[in-house]
Structure formats: C-alpha cells, structure tokens
Design a protein. Structure first.
Lengths: 324, 569
C-alpha cells in the first residue's frame, strides 16, 4: 500500500483547522503534472492559545521532517519549505537546519501576522508579495507556490503523515489547553474525543462555573460547561475561562482588536467590518443592530475564512454564556 | 453552454465569468473593483451572487460559468449584504460630491440611490485627514475618497511606472507614491481612468479657466483635440452620437471662450515636420528608429526610466504646443493683440498634457508658454453642464481657425496609429512625389496593442510599428534595444488605444469603447475633403507667410528633451 492509500485508510484530516482529508490533497498534487512541485509545512501557529506545533518542534522534529520528506517523495516535489512563525524561527531555526541536512528543505521566516497562516496568504508571503489570500479556485494543489502544484499542510498533519508512514499513527491529535484550569499544556488525545473527554483526560475537572473557547483564541467558538459533549472542531485548542473572574466585555474587545489589527485589508466586509466592530464595542451606546448586520455580512461575503469566522466567538459568547 | 441567470437562459462560452455574461445581457451586477483591463481581484464583494448547489455566496467577477449553472443575482440575502457593504464602503470614503468631477455621473452615488443607503448615518467617515497627492499638476489622488479597490495600483503596474504602491495593513492600508527615488509618475492618468470613485482624478483647472473667462481684458482661446469630438458625447449620455467640432465651438463660445480653434490643424503641422524629420533620418541613418514624441506620458517615461532613447524621439512639437505657439505669435500679430493678454486653453483627452504645457523647453522667445491651461474632456463637460449648455442642442458655428480647417490626417491623431499613418502619407509623398496608394495605411489601425507593418518607400523597406499602452511599449523598446535595425519608425502612445483611451477621457472605458471612439475619427478622415497634411492649403500659406520669413521656426516647431534620471536620490 502506498502512503496515500495509508493516509486514506487512516482517515487523517488536516490539522490546520479546516479538517480536509489529507489523502485528497496529497492525491491532487500528485496527479497534477508539472516538473516543479513544492511541499510547504505551515508552522505559522498564528491562532492565539495554540502551541501544538511548537510542541512538535520541541519533541518530534525528526518525525516531522520524515513526514515532509515522505510527502515530497509521494507527490513528486523536489523542494519543501518549512514556514516558521517569527518567534519560533529565532528559537529553533538552527536546530531545524541541523536536522534537515539535505538542502532541498528550506526554512522561511514567516511574517505578516495571523493572516499569513491562511494557506494562500502564506504562499504570497513566501513569494514576497503583499500578504493577502488568493482567489480560489485555482487551489494550491494545481496552482500554488510560484504557480506550481503545491502541497501545503499544517505541521501536525505532516507530522501525523510521518507517523502513518512508519505505521505508528494512533489516530490521535494534539490539543493545547490553557486558561483558568489546573493543567495547561499540550496533550495528545484520541481524535474523536469530545471536549469533555479531553478535559477529563488532562485531569482538568473544574467545579467552578466556566466556559471554554474551543478551536482557537481568536476564531474559536464559546461553549458553556454544559455544551462540552461534542467533538472539538477547528484548531486543536481549548481555552478555559473562569466565569466569575472573566470580564466578558474585555474579552470581546480583545477579540475585536485582534481581528481589526490582523485583517489584511483586502476585502471590504472584513477590513471595514472589523474596524467598526471595535468602534461599536468601545462606544458608550453600542449599536447592536449594526453589529449584527456586520457579523452577517462578514460571514456571508468575506474573501477568506478569517472574515467569515470572526463573528463566531462573539455570537457564541452571547448565545451560550451571556443569555444563559 | 447554457446557464440560467434570474430565470433567463443564456448562451455563453467556457472561460467567461458570471459577471461578464450578466453584463453582456444587460443584467447589471454592481462591481467596483472589476475592470476588463485589469486582473480580477474580487475585493469589493459587491458582485456576490447565489449559485444553486453552493452554500456560500460567490463573487460573480471571479466565478467561471459551468454548464447548467443556475444563478440568482438579487436575493434578499444578497441585497442585505450588499447594503451593509455599501454602508461600510461609504464610511471609508469622504463625500466631496459638489467639487468632484464625478458628481452626478458617479457609480457609487448611483448605488447609494439604488440600494437606499443612508450615507454616514450609522457609521462616520474614517478617512478624514488623509492626504491628497498631486503629481505633475496633472494627476491628483485624494486618499480620503479612496475605497481601497487597488485598481489604480494595478493600472500603474500595467503602465510600467509602478509608482503607486499599497502600503500598510487592514484599515491602515493606503495607496501611496513610491518614495525611494527609483520610480516616478508618468502622468498618463490610467489610474484616473480605472478609479471607480473620484479618488484618482485629473488635477483640476476648471476654476482657473473660469477666472480667465471672467477677466474682460483677457482673450481666452480654446483649442479642441482630435479625440474630444468622438468622446465628449458620452458625458452627455450620447454614447454613439458624434458631436461636431462646430457644435462644441458654439457651446464653448456660449460659456465665454472668445475663440475656438481645432488642434487638428496643429496636428497637420506636426505631421509635415515629423515626415521631414523621418525622411532626413532615413537618409543619414542617424538616430533610428525614430520614435514619436507627441505623447507626454510616453516622453516622461523615456526621460525618467530610459533616457538612452531620448535621441530617438522626434524633435517636433506636439500639435497643441504648435498651435498654441501660433496663437501667441502669428495670430496675436494678425489680430493686433498683446500675447500676454491671450490665455490658451486646450481641451485634451489627456492628463499628461497638463504636465507638458509647463515644460520649460516649450517656452517661446518672450518666456511665454504656448498653452496656459489644459482641461480634460471630463472637465470641459463639467464646465458646459455647470452653465447648462449641451453641445448637442446647438446648431454649431465655424471655428476661428487662423489656419483654416484641418485635413483628415490631423483628425486621426487621437487613435493609436494615427500619428504614424499621417506621417507616412506625407513622407511617402515627399520621397515618391505621389500620394500613398489608397491613402490609408490600415496595418497600424485598431486597438491591438502592437501593430507592425512594412511598406516600400523609394527602393527600401520602411519597417514600422505602432503600439499603445506602456505594457506593450516596453516590449517594442526591448526589441529595439536588442536590434536597432528591426524598426525604422515607432509610434508609442502611453494609453491603451491611443489618446482616445487617455486619462482625461470619459469614464468608463474598455476595448469596445476605445474601438468605437477610434473608428469615429477614421470615419471623419474618410469623409474629409483633404486627407493629407501636405495638401492643407492654409497651412502651406502659413508656412510661406510666416514661417519662412521668421527665424522663429525652431521655437515654434521644435523642442528637446531632458534626462530626468540624473539627480534622483
């Protein structure tokens, strides 16, 4: 069985938040005829509250590299690039370079903030263009880095692929847990675990009232403690907020400022919408109708996932915590 | 293939986008950042449509048609999101309508009306205090009106100047001029031609012209460029209707211009001199290939980016410059007027002409400039409308031309290939002693970017190329650099399609519009009693009466250029 078949059988889903079946992406790149192809390891880790890819860098670098090399061989790419978050670059680039040895894998110091974690925006960053997402289709699988077929995967996806290639993959995923809870850090859990099961496994049993933001500290959704019997969607991160010490207004404003400052500025709904969300939340008499109009418009017409998902934490905070 | 839009079945081709198909059949989907000249950006999000089978709204500008596609363009959801996006957009655009050249002809004003947008109601403008940049007193960018569509940046890239840059991120994004000294504006105004709002516009000279008209002791003389007659109608919603220069002249007299001349007569003189220079260079073999220089945008490009080609430029002045000079010398003397009391106003399709008239090299002997102000086609329309004068509603009157009427050769200057064809008609006669067969040289006509041809001229091949749009011009420059013998004569117009596609022309513009505007000029030429510049009897008389006895020939007819590369940071 070749690696793509193994990936299919394992059911490995992309770990960058979108959950797209890994084997499909690999197959698409493999099938696109071209002399030059690329593998890009997305180690942007731009989502606040997520440290799982750093965990891989610190503990499983060898397997990650093997996963990248296996990907290159499988899809027919002669070059790979590891796009490392700026602050990680300073810490580990030397170590990574040592491990790589062979010259066909380069390390790229990724700048451009949150949006450069979006896969097409990352390609633009590597190409030295303005860091903004591209129109899709075409997809990177056929038209990616320098317009060549490109396999771009989250670091954990490539690490897991490395495990699959060694027959060591146990259908687990890495989850960062942080916030107002006893045990923070990165935990490896069965991928079908519910949020409640993840907290239990990590011994995070809280008796006080709390809510979580699941899927990332920016675009993750807010769930109250009675809503945790569901799988963790999106990026592998759970942030716990103790209800009585959390000023929800400050939390919402924090999200708002994050999105406003991280918006690339390309499209009207997100560039203007994120600006106005901050303005509304900071005003003495917030215009809630206008806020929800903006949420609706951003969800339905933004250029990329950042714009469409930015309203999620706010809506879920209101629906799942404030009105309960 | 067949698709359905709003329950209408429509035939279309693979490769077309939903927006292109919709517009073709008259379904008006708003799209600010889309322009057929530019790459698709899909950043304004106004053109979203609902496609059966897809759960998210899609931008119609970027979505290609597929067999059997079913599209809806105005669902409740689309209308609601479009309204909010327009509200957001208006709050990022300071409304300066009364002084904006787009007032009452504005895309976003129309959208506000159509979608009942309460401008600045729930959200206040966030761009107050943003800077306005002026380049060459030709082009103006008011960042307080900018909606960040990036059309100007894309146009400037295509035009090879690459002067406008997008800097900053998110809501702090701004379109700014490059500031490292290696790039400069060439004033072509293609940014203006592609701006969906009035952020990029021509530098405004309307007030100064009104002032001049108001002053009773000044004689205000207007001259009308070739392109105006086939284009200004669009500003009065007469897209297909030609307005005659006689009608324009009467309209302009009504609003206060004292005299109205036709720049095409200046073009006839440019043709005669340019043909002479071409023949001379062909004989000596010096400074070939010869390149036209009546396009000030192209000239600025050469002077700043590639001064090594300066020797190739013809030294003949542009039509407006020659005619302006004649007005302030010959005509002034004829009428007994002090040249300092004459104000010459050119109506041009061009923004770069505003820069051209300020060139030191063009000053006449007494330090006077041949032309005092340039008004673009749009500015002239604004002025006429301000005084409620519609050129289509007047009968028309003769022009004051001191040198009579132009030939057809002078009229086609507005189209890409026109200068070259006129010069060929006359150069041929100069060398061969007979008219060019069929008069027309159609090889260099049309809106294709590069038009090449070879014709026999007195025992040799004359290899010519006419190109428009700087994107194409640089390809020809590269060919000439690789092999200086590949062409003998090159016409370069900075704007796609030639002057009729200029930065001062009515907006919108696209290839269909360019073609129509150009064809109208060739039709006027075809119907002209005289079609070659060298047979313009009044011009011949003028040469005999004035030019031959004056030493002023040089200053009236010729100029030189300057290397602007030196002295850069």
């Amino acid at each position: 069985m070749n690696l793509i078949q193994k990936l299919k059988r394992s059911g490995l889903a992309g770990r960058g938040g979108a959950g797209f079946p890994a084997w499909k992406k690999w197959e698409a790149v493999k099938q696109t005829p071209n002399k030059e192809k690329y593998v890009v390891c997305n180690l942007s880790e731009g989502e606040p509250g997520v440290k799982k890819d750093k965990y891989i860098l610190d503990n499983y670098l060898k397997v990650l590299i093997e996963g990248i090399e296996a990907a290159m061989k499988t899809v027919g790419a002669r070059h790979a690039i590891i796009a490392l978050k700026d602050e990680y670059y300073d810490k580990v680039s030397d170590i990574v370079k040592e491990h790589i040895g062979n010259e066909s894998i380069d390390i790229f110091r990724k700048s451009g903030g949150y949006i450069s974690g979006e896969e097409t925006a990352l390609l633009e960053a590597i190409e030295g263009q303005r860091v903004e997402p591209r129109i899709k289709p075409p997809y990177p699988t056929t038209d990616g880095l320098w317009h060549c077929p490109t396999l771009i995967n989250n670091a954990e996806t490539l690490y897991s692929a490395g495990l699959v290639s060694h027959g060591k993959y146990k259908n687990e995923r890495l989850i960062s847990i942080s916030g107002d809870c006893p045990y923070t850090g990165v935990f490896s859990v069965p991928e079908n675990f519910t949020i409640k099961q993840v907290l239990e496994l990590s011994k995070n049993i809280m008796t006080y009232d709390y809510f979580v933001q699941a899927g990332g500290g920016a675009s993750g959704i807010v769930l109250n403690r009675n809503q945790l019997n569901r799988p963790l969607m999106g990026m592998g991160a759970i942030i716990v907020h103790k209800r009585d010490i959390t000023k929800v207004g400050d939390l919402a404003l924090k999200w708002a400022k994050f999105f406003r400052d991280e918006s690339c500025g390309k499209c009207v709904p997100c560039r203007e919408g994120t600006y106005r969300i901050c303005e509304i939340l900071e005003s003495e008499k917030p215009n809630w109708d206008m806020l929800y109009d903006i949420f609706d418009t951003m969800e339905k017409t933004s250029f990329c996932a950042m714009g469409t998902m930015a309203s999620a934490p706010f809506r879920s905070l209101v629906n799942n915590v404030l009105t309960k | 293939m067949i698709i359905t839009i709003d329950n209408k079945t429509i035939e279309c081709e693979e490769g077309e986008t939903i927006l292109q198909v919709a517009r073709r059949v008259g379904i008006d989907i708003p799209a600010l950042c889309y322009h057929s000249d530019l790459p698709i950006k899909a950043n304004c999000r106004l053109c979203v449509v609902e496609i059966e089978g897809m759960d998210r709204l899609q931008t119609s500008c970027s979505t290609k048609v597929k067999e059997g596609m079913v599209v809806k363009t105005e669902t409740d959801e689309i209308l609601q999101t479009r309204k909010v996006n327009l509200e957001l957009l208006f709050a990022a655009h300071v409304e300066k309508c009364p002084t904006c050249v787009y007032d009452n002809r504005c895309k976003i004003q129309d959208l506000a009306e159509k979608y009942n947008i309460k401008i600045d109601d729930r959200m206040k403008d966030r761009k107050h205090g943003r800077e306005t940049y002026v380049f060459g007193k030709a082009v103006k960018i008011d960042l307080s009106k900018c909606v960040d569509c990036q059309n100007c940046v894309d146009a400037c890239q295509l035009q090879q100047a690459r002067f406008l840059e997008t800097r900053g991120k998110g809501y702090k994004t701004q379109i700014l001029p490059a500031d490292d000294g290696t790039k400069d504006c060439i004033y072509c105004g293609q940014c203006v031609a592609h701006c969906p709002v009035g952020a990029a516009s021509e530098y405004n000279n309307i007030n100064e012209v009104e002032e001049a008209i108001r002053k009773l002791d000044k004689i205000v003389v207007a001259q009308i460029a070739p392109s105006i007659r086939s284009s200004i109608g669009e500003e009065f919603d007469y897209a297909g209707g030609m307005v005659s220069v006689q009608q324009l002249a009467e309209a302009m007299r009504i609003i206060g211009f004292d005299k109205v001349f036709d720049t095409c007569v200046g073009a006839d003189i440019t043709t005669i001199e340019e043909a002479k220079e071409l023949v001379e260079r062909l004989e000596t073999g010096n400074n070939l290939p010869m390149m036209t220089s009546c396009c000030p945008g192209w000239v600025k490009y050469v002077e700043f980016y590639h001064p090594e080609f300066i020797p190739n430029l013809t030294t003949v002045r542009s039509p407006q410059t020659i005619l302006g000079g004649i007005v302030k010398t010959y005509y002034a003397r004829l009428q007994g007027i002090n040249p300092e009391d004459i104000v010459v106003v050119s109506v041009m399709p061009c923004t770069a002409k505003k820069f051209e008239i300020a060139r030191d090299e063009l000053k006449l002997e007494n330090g006077i400039a041949p032309v005092d102000y340039v008004l673009t086609t749009r500015e002239m329309a604004v002025l006429l409308k301000k005084y409620k004068v519609n050129p289509f509603n007047v009968k028309g009157c003769p022009l004051d031309n001191p040198l009579g009427d132009p030939t057809g050769a002078g009229i086609i200057y507005g189209a890409s290939g026109g200068v070259m064809e006129s010069a060929i008609r006359t150069a041929y006669f100069m060398v061969m002693g007979e008219e060019f067969q069929g008069i027309n040289y159609e090889k260099v006509r049309g809106i294709k970017g590069i038009k090449r041809g070879t014709l026999k001229l007195g025992g040799r091949d004359l290899r010519v190329v006419a190109t428009s749009g700087m994107e194409n011009a640089v390809k020809i420059l590269e060919e000439a650099r690789q092999n200086p013998y590949v062409y003998d004569y090159i016409e370069i117009m900075a704007c796609p399609g030639g002057c009729i596609g200029g930065g001062g022309q009515p907006i919108p513009v696209d290839d269909t519009i360019r073609l129509r505007r150009a064809k109208a000029l060739y039709a006027l030429d075809q119907n002209s009693p005289i079609r070659v510049a060298h047979k313009n009897q009044s011009v011949i008389k003028f040469y005999e009466d004035f030019l031959d006895e004056e030493d002023g020939r040089e200053e009236l007819l010729y100029t030189h250029f300057r290397n602007r590369k030196i002295g850069r940071r």
